[in-house]
Design a protein around this ligand. Structure first.
Ligand SMILES: [Zn+2]
Length: 418
């Protein structure tokens, strides 16, 4: 098994032009004495929307690593894959996020359930888990009910894992299991039972993405009960530490926070929990970078600003279709969306202040920001017209990408706001 580093940070680069700007932000946090390793991730859905191949992510990441002389590790994550989509990621990825959320609740055979119950019989009982205030109680009934809900997902993870293992070899990749794209958060006892089953089926996962309480909307802050989030996050860390000891899972196993970009209000709680326990973290922040391209173009003025306005106008026109696949992860208030005519009259400053994620700015408009977030297809359709502007205004766009990652993400997460 290839061992993952303690802190890893997922970045996304929809148009494969910002890898260097992203790596510069990672270099800055490493210079501050915290080792944080970059992981470039891009899901099959993004590749399909843009019409790109996984190899382009690998090439851009490797080029950035070479150009900046980055000497630490870096990874390319096949994000949210399953058995039907993994193939085209096999050559270019060394990190695989096995998405088994769809298999939650899928029935599995009675013999699988029986095998799970007998292999994990000692889980029935009361567990005092360090870090969780109340003991975790598991009865035969709750264990069987949990197995019925999650064992299908675990078996599916095992199947995808073995497929990748067979094609690549154990030393060549990191395994993540994700169950975040589902309706309700997993409880500590559910997570414990899921990890027991993954260990039983020999999936050496090193990161796990559960579903957390609250809304993780695209490109905007966390919406939910921050205190409840911190409690859940802390419980999950405790369960993971327990599972590593009890089930023989890799001691590098850590939590993975998906849709982690821009969730400013939970960064301090996360940092606190990590500091208290010494736990590691993987966090994915893919989508925020594309918005920095739009902000950078708007800030550049001229053709850049025109492109930014054009992307808004087309996104506004096609908003129903663009929002549809993301319906559960955005909250756009239509009445807060300015008309394209109005936006066409905006200055660079006004456009930038509307979109840049500074909540205290009176111009900041989360509805515009979310609409643009899901509007990357518009830029993909503009093709070379868009990409040429990214090259023309490379410096100002790159500066926005680096500052956003460093100042608003890496610093509060790993250094704190002080
Ligand atoms: Zn996810």
């Amino acid at each position: 098994m290839r061992r993952i580093e303690k802190f890893t940070f997922g970045v996304g680069d929809r148009f494969a032009h910002q890898a260097e700007a992203q790596l510069r932000a990672l270099a800055q946090i490493n210079e501050q004495g915290v080792e944080v390793i970059p992981v470039w991730n891009k899901s099959n859905r993004e590749h399909l929307t843009i019409g790109s191949e996984p190899q382009t992510t690998r090439s851009a990441a490797d080029a950035a690593v070479g150009n900046l002389g980055w000497s630490k590790a870096h990874y390319v994550d096949a994000d949210h894959i399953n058995l039907s989509t993994v193939d085209r990621f096999l050559d270019s990825s060394d990190f695989f996020t096995l998405d088994v959320a769809d298999a939650i609740g899928k029935p599995c055979s009675e013999s699988d359930i029986a095998a799970f119950m007998s292999a994990n019989a000692n889980l029935v009982g009361t567990h005092n888990i360090e870090g969780i205030p109340e003991p975790v109680e598991i009865t035969r009934e709750t264990m069987e009910a949990t197995a019925n809900k999650f064992l299908g997902a675990v078996l599916s993870a095992a199947e995808i894992y073995r497929y990748i293992l067979d094609k690549k070899g154990a030393e060549e990749f990191i395994t993540e299991v994700s169950m975040d794209e589902t309706d309700s958060p997993q409880t500590p006892s559910e997570l414990l039972i899921i990890l027991a089953a993954l260990a039983q089926h020999k999936v050496p996962l090193q990161t796990v993405a559960p579903k957390f309480t609250g809304r993780f909307n695209k490109g905007v802050d966390y919406v939910g009960d921050v205190v409840q989030f911190e409690r859940e996050f802390s419980d999950d860390l405790a369960v993971i530490a327990f599972a590593v000891k009890e089930f023989g899972l890799p001691d590098t196993l850590k939590l993975s926070v998906h849709s982690g970009s821009d969730k400013f209000s939970i960064y301090e709680p996360i940092r606190r929990c990590l500091a208290k326990t010494g736990a590691g973290l993987h966090i994915k922040t893919a989508g925020t970078n594309w918005l920095e391209e739009i902000i950078g173009l708007a800030e550049a003025g001229g053709e850049g600003l025109e492109m930014a306005k054009d992307v808004y106008a087309k996104a506004y026109e096609k908003r129903a279709a663009l929002c549809e696949p993301y319906a559960t992860v955005i909250d756009i208030d239509e009445s807060k969306l300015p008309s394209p005519e109005e936006v066409n009259g905006w200055s660079s400053e006004k456009y930038v202040a509307t979109v840049r994620h500074i909540q205290s700015d009176e111009n900041f408009n989360p509805s515009v920001r979310q609409l643009l977030h899901v509007g990357y297809k518009i830029a993909a359709m503009a093709g070379d017209d868009y990409l040429n502007l990214l090259k023309k205004y490379e410096d100002i766009v790159g500066k926005n990408v680096t500052e956003n990652l460093y100042d608003r993400h890496l610093k509060p997460l790993f250094l704190g706001s002080a």
